[in-house]
Design a protein around this ligand. Structure first.
Ligand code: NAD
Length: 256
């Protein structure tokens, strides 16, 4: 075990790219030691005090190994960032049930597995923070995304429930809810022809996509009990005003 008694330790899933990678960089800059989890290989030598785990977060045995590996290596876990997720854009009528189940497994069941495995470590320490990366698609319906939207609505419901069960034991559970972010996920979704940059930027009051760093900063805030220590069961939109906005398109655009 390395001696990191004063260093806080976070697990981040989906850390190889996008929001997960930006979160790993931000937390590491702030002095956190990291456990980085992804299906893909992770460049853990980019970081100080980091270990990586390659595998599938839907696999219970893998998840148990990540958590026991973190406890063996660092002796503590202060934060879990349930970030890994997959997108699926498909009209409900042509969505195969197997594909629907796959999205729920990765986006909703796996975060539950991770939270359930990590919580005993946090509860024993009397503190911890779990941050689920949800989406504006977890707060409103968006057409042609039945599985994705259901998974993100579920992730918010899961966070609120765990926040109530574990808050009294010192473990906070919250969500960040990003709007559209420029990552591989967005590139792939746009390559399928479903939407364009302008579709998004016209809808966002602030007129732009989120950057991965916008989301990483909000996650870092919720991870850190010294600055967000009484925030529990909350959903923090990081969407440039998307979910707050009930304006029609011409009215919104007239404000620019
Ligand atoms: N990009 C956006 O516009 C956007 C908007 C709102 C919410 N989100 C959410 O933010 C999170 C991160 O999104 P992103 O845009 O960085 O995505 P991304 O596709 O760029 O990265 C996701 C990472 O998760 C990993 N991953 C996927 N399935 C996994 C599994 N079963 N086990 C382990 N790792 C797995 C991938 O390998 C990848 O490295 C997701 O939960 C996504 O739903 C993204």
């Amino acid at each position: 075990m390395v001696n990191v008694s004063a260093v806080r330790v976070a697990i981040i899933t989906g850390a190889a790219q996008g929001i997960g990678r930006a979160t790993a960089i931000r937390l590491n800059e702030l002095g956190w030691a990291l456990g980085l989890v992804d299906l893909q290989e992770i460049q853990s030598d980019l970081y100080r005090n980091a270990v990586s785990f390659s595998g599938d977060i839907t696999d219970e045995i893998f998840v148990a190994g990540v958590v026991s590996g973190m406890v063996d290596h660092f002796g503590r876990i202060d934060a879990l960032v349930n970030n890994a997720g997959i997108s699926m854009i498909q009209p409900a009528l042509s969505t195969e049930v197997g594909d629907y189940r796959k999205v729920l497994e990765v986006n909703l069941v796996a975060p539950f597995l991770l939270a359930k495995e990590v919580a005993p470590v946090m509860i024993a320490a009397g503190s911890g923070s779990i941050v689920n990366v949800a989406s504006v698609a977890g707060m409103s319906g968006i057409a042609e995304r039945s599985a994705y939207n259901a998974s993100k609505h579920g992730l918010i419901g899961l966070a609120k429930t765990l926040a109530i069960e574990w808050g009294g034991k010192g473990v906070r559970v919250n969500c960040v809810s990003p709007g559209w972010v420029k990552t591989e996920m967005d590139h792939k979704d746009q390559a399928g022809g479903s939407y364009s940059d302008a579709d998004i930027t016209d809808h966002v009051p602030m007129g732009r996509f989120a950057t991965p760093e916008d989301i990483a900063n909000a996650i870092a805030f919720l991870c850190d009990s010294t600055i967000s220590g009484f925030i529990n069961g909350a959903v923090l939109p990081v969407d440039g005003g998307w979910t707050a906005d009930g304006s029609w398109q011409s009215l919104r655009l007239r404000q620019r």
